[in-house]
Design a protein around this ligand. Structure first.
Ligand SMILES: [Fe+2]
Length: 305
């Protein structure tokens, strides 16, 4: 299948860019994210969602309607790919029989039943990748991995990140899917995963995460930001539907119902409060055309540092 790739270069200039992943059918969190964009005076054309609008929480139709009404940039996550295609499972990449896999058998059909045909058409039309250039830096926006939409990539996986940065061959990759915010750097490129807004980051706090990209005087700053929202209402809505009680508890405790997808480093960080942080990058001096490849070992810039 040919990947649908968007070019957003003409629409993202003019100020800070707000980036978030995984609304996950969490209407309360998505409303809070939109209010935060308004508070920061960031218009929809400088807002990026890295996909998975629909997943665990209680209000898939309302959350999809809100994102569509907002009119921000969106790339398809595995959930949009699967629901758009009328597939029978979420395509998250969970191991067969794992706790995540069993939980998905509750929330995916719940969400799928609430999607309209118009929603599915809209999801099918979403790009799977996006590129843009801004203040001398080139960007690729993807969901999980460059080739594999549902690839889980975490901060501790430096070799994986190095290879993914080389495959993307841009200065900055903006990613989603994994659910825990982090930043990593190689000598010539950056990996920026702002986390998700639909579930907490397994750090023992109900807060969720988003990112800000701020180009200024040729030096761009990347920030991981915590977002508090009305998580009690979101959890209450999930308990009323009772389709994914494990995730309803997560909205309150900030601890995931399963650690199946986590590497040992991230698993051992369960319950440890993440910190907001920033990194910056200057535009490179490009001496020859063509893609650049990050050959050096990546350095982790994890939110827990
Ligand atoms: Fe995903």
């Amino acid at each position: 299948m040919t990947k649908k790739i968007a070019d957003w270069s003409t629409t993202l200039a003019g100020g800070p860019i707000l980036v978030f992943g995984g609304p996950y059918s969490n209407l309360e969190a998505t409303l809070a994210m939109r209010r935060e964009a308004d508070r920061l005076s960031i218009p929809p054309h400088r807002v990026i969602c890295t996909g998975d609008i629909v997943a665990y929480a209680a209000e898939p139709a309302e959350t999809t309607a809100l994102i569509r009404d907002w009119g921000c940039h969106v790339i398809a996550g595995n959930c949009e790919e699967q629901i758009g295609a009328g597939a029978e499972d979420c395509g998250c990449g969970f191991e067969e029989g794992s706790a995540c896999d069993r939980l998905a058998k509750g929330w995916y059909p719940f969400a799928d039943r609430r999607m309209t045909e118009d929603d599915r058409i809209w999801m099918r039309e979403l790009p799977m990748l996006a590129h843009f250039e801004l203040e001398g830096l080139s960007y690729t926006v993807l969901h999980g991995g460059f080739e594999q939409t549902n690839r889980f990539i975490f901060a501790s996986q430096s070799c994986v990140i190095r290879d993914e940065l080389a495959a993307a061959a841009t200065d900055v990759v903006i990613a989603g899917h994994a659910g825990i915010p982090f930043m990593a750097r190689s000598a010539s490129s950056r990996w920026f995963n702002p986390g998700v807004i639909g579930m907490p980051a397994n750090d023992g706090s109900p807060d969720v995460w988003y990112g800000l990209v701020t180009p200024a005087r040729g030096r761009t700053t990347f920030a991981l930001k915590r977002l508090a929202y009305d998580h009690m209402s979101a959890a209450a809505a999930m308990r009323r539907t009772a389709h994914a009680d494990g995730y309803a508890a997560t909205l309150v405790t900030g601890i995931w119902p399963s650690f199946d997808v986590l590497p040992p480093t991230e698993k051992s960080a369960t319950g440890k409060r993440l910190r907001q942080q920033t990194m910056s990058m200057s535009a490179p001096i490009k001496t020859s055309p063509g893609p650049r490849h990050a050959k050096s070992q990546t350095q982790r810039v994890a939110a827990a540092d």
